[in-house]
Design a protein around this ligand. Structure first.
Ligand SMILES: C[S@@+](CC[C@H](N)C(=O)[O-])C[C@H]1O[C@@H](n2cnc3c(N)ncnc32)[C@H](O)[C@@H]1O
Length: 236
């Protein structure tokens, strides 16, 4: 999608992430080399967190894949993975790492709120601090639902609601013991110093939050019409 056709927040995010990509290359390299997936700000190993289902043979899409290490972890477990990301610079690192590790899967440059792929193409959609925090939850969650087959699952990792409420506009300042933002009426949070990106706590949107981070699994129980949010929320 050309820059001009992107929604304003997506255009701003693209500019910001094309610049930030340089800082994410090295962590991306390290994560690609990890044998076991790990999650969140404390790098909880998958054996402990048990977030992933059996993915062997599943069609999986990673929404906001960045350097695509989550996709790599899933591909090594036998999934047929596709990644989409809004930043060509992040995808450049992802492609270098695919070559380095001899692992190939499709990487699309685009907006995860409007994925150019047919309905019901995937069994699992996953987002690790990708679409799950940078996209409008009223757009990307219905889009994930559209892409999933009946019985498919959406798994995503976001910043916890309380952490976001206690985080200053300057992200370099540690979280405060006080709430700095309103709990009620949450939808989007601006962090002006990091390129005017915005951050939506999708977890809050659907009534779920935890102290530091939240992992959500949504199960698509039946055939949902476009623009409907999946019904069942399974907090871990
Ligand atoms: C913190 S990274 C997370 C991705 C990956 N886990 C990583 O660390 O490389 C956030 C990613 O979300 C992507 N992103 C932001 N807005 C997006 C959108 N509208 N569609 C797709 N990707 C988006 C950014 O380009 C960036 O690569």
């Amino acid at each position: 999608m050309t820059n001009e056709k992107l929604p304003e927040h997506v255009r701003r995010n693209r500019l910001a992430w094309d610049k930030l990509a340089r800082d994410y290359a090295e962590p991306g390299r390290r994560a690609w080399s990890e044998e076991e997936p790990s999650w969140g700000i404390w790098s909880i190993p998958e054996t402990e967190a048990q977030i992933l289902p059996e993915v062997k043979g599943l069609d999986v899409i990673e929404l906001g894949c960045g350097t695509a290490y989550v996709s790599a972890w899933l591909a090594r477990r036998g999934a047929r993975v596709t990644g989409i990301d809004n930043s060509s610079e992040q995808l450049k690192t992802a492609r270098e790492l695919q070559t380095k590790h001899g692992l190939s899967f499709p990487l699309l440059h685009g907006n995860a709120e409007e994925v150019p792929l047919p309905d019901k193409s995937f069994d699992l959609a996953i987002s690790e601090y990708g679409a799950s925090i940078w996209c409008d939850p009223y757009k990307w969650i219905p889009e994930a639902s559209r892409l999933l087959r009946p019985g498919g699952e959406l798994i995503f990792l976001v910043n916890g609601t309380i952490l976001i409420l206690c985080t200053n506009d300057d992200e370099n300042i540690p979280a405060s013991p006080q709430m700095l933002r309103d709990y009620f009426g949450m939808h989007r949070f601006e962090f002006p110093d990091s390129g005017g990106q915005w951050n939506s706590t999708s977890a809050t949107e659907i009534g779920f939050g935890s102290c530091e981070q939240a992992v959500l699994k949504l199960k698509i129980l039946k055939n949902f019409a476009r623009k409907k949010v999946p019904q069942r929320v399974i907090p871990l």
